[in-house]
Design a protein around this ligand. Structure first.
Ligand code: ASP
Ligand code: MG
Length: 407
């Protein structure tokens, strides 16, 4: 029989009916003979409400006390759910992060899990109990309560699955799984049955907010099989793993749009060694991450460099460059905050020269201009004007995924 970790997000436990629904899913799994560890988030918007309560009293509350407060949200969920399970005639026990042996470092509000002492959980599982663990929280070496950062319950679940050597970590949420594109904006978007960790990481960082990135990184590192599924629909979800069956066939798994970008263009730089180094070390010193970089071919001893940063960093990056205009030596710097990055992601893309071409063709057919291009082993990104972004995603999606497409 398998050991399964089932995690339910805030929307899945938002009220009594929903908690009862979770109890039903959990006990069904248990009845099949599996051992079940359940990780829960705080109900609905509880965490936000707790933050608001803190703000009323002290907008500058210490992080230690914030963690003490926020950790209560998850404790309400596990206790209520244990009660619902008991009511259904099964044995359950709820455990705080501390009781469950979740040791973290001391970075309040952004703690990292260091180790999990699983003895207590094991003991309860051996008694055939359903074990409910409060997500998002742990304890540090001073025996103080810590939290893992917003959305951290996914990470709690994967960490538990890794240290218990669970057969599967199911992440229940309010969507059916991971989609080929955002189903709220793209017609024809469909659920992906299986996806690799690397693809999931790319899609997540590109704005497909289904799973917390840290949880996927951890699942990849420890080889935890994950599944994302809906706690409401009962449909098959999306499996996230190292290698997937369909990798050969499907070159592209999904398409993502990221509006959190700005482009800076430096015009009239000297065409000589050391210029790029100067520019990007200035930005690195201020912790500004640069994503796509494009350098023109030098002509008349002059060249241009353009690059993208997170939109919030745009104005500061511009200011830094202007401050150093003399020492870098350029004519002008231009900031464009009305751009978006559209990317196709697919693990099977590596050996397929035609994939990028198909993407460009789709954009050409839709009359959309490409400002910049970047590629990696599993992704091709283009920078387009923000007003074209939704149309770009739809056009690319149609090209790769509609019934006439040959993906
Ligand atoms: N309740 C926490 C939050 O809202 C943790 C989580 O939901 O994963 O961020
Ligand atoms: Mg939450």
């Amino acid at each position: 029989m398998a050991l399964i970790v089932q995690k339910f997000g805030g929307s899945s436990v938002a009220d009594a009916d929903k908690v009862r629904n979770v109890a039903r899913i959990v006990t069904e799994t248990y009845r099949k003979g599996h051992s079940v560890v359940v990780v829960l988030s705080a109900q609905g918007d509880t965490t936000d409400e707790l933050i608001e309560k803190a703000r009323e009293l002290n907008p500058k509350a210490s992080k230690r006390e914030m963690d003490m407060l926020l950790a209560t949200g998850e404790q309400i969920s596990i206790a209520l759910c244990a009660m619902a399970i008991e009511r259904m005639g099964y044995q359950a026990i709820s455990l705080t992060g501390w009781q469950a042996g979740m040791l973290t470092d001391s970075a309040y509000s952004a703690a990292r899990i260091k180790r999990i002492h699983t003895e207590r959980i094991r003991k309860e599982l051996d008694k055939r109990k359903i074990v409910l663990v409060a997500g998002f929280q742990g304890i540090n070496k001073y025996d103080d309560v810590t939290t893992l950062g917003r959305g951290g319950s996914d990470t709690s679940a994967v960490a538990l699955a890794a240290s218990l050597h669970a057969d599967l970590c199911q992440i229940y949420t309010d969507v059916d799984g991971v989609y080929t594109a955002d189903p709220r904006h793209v017609t024809g978007a469909r659920k992906i049955d299986e996806i690799t960790f690397d693809e999931m990481l790319e899609l997540a960082s590109l704005g497909a907010q289904v799973l917390h990135n840290r949880s996927v990184e951890m699942a990849k590192r420890y080889g935890v099989n994950m599944e994302v599924l809906s706690s409401f629909s009962g449909h098959m979800g999306t499996k996230v793993k190292e290698v997937v069956k369909t990798m050969e066939k499907n070159h592209v798994s999904g398409i993502a749009k990221d509006k959190n970008v700005a482009r800076l263009a430096l015009v009239g730089l000297a065409d000589q060694p050391g210029i790029a180094f100067k520019i990007f070390s200035l930005l690195a010193r201020k912790d500004i991450n640069v994503d796509i970089i494009l350098q023109s071919i030098g002509r008349n001893e002059s060249k241009d460099i353009s690059f993208t940063v997170a939109r919030g960093d745009g104005p500061e990056a511009k200011r830094i460059l202007e401050e150093h205009q003399q020492s870098i030596g350029f004519q002008s710097v231009e900031l464009n905050e009305e751009v978006a990055k559209v990317s196709i992601v697919g693990a099977g893309m590596v050996n397929n020269a035609g994939v990028a071409c198909k993407m460009f063709e789709a954009l050409f057919s839709a009359g959309i201009n490409i400002n910049m291009i970047s590629t990696s082993e599993i992704k091709v990104s283009v920078l387009v004007d923000e007003r074209d972004a939704d149309r770009a995603v739809q056009a690319i999606h149609d090209r790769f995924f509609n019934e006439f497409g040959s993906n």
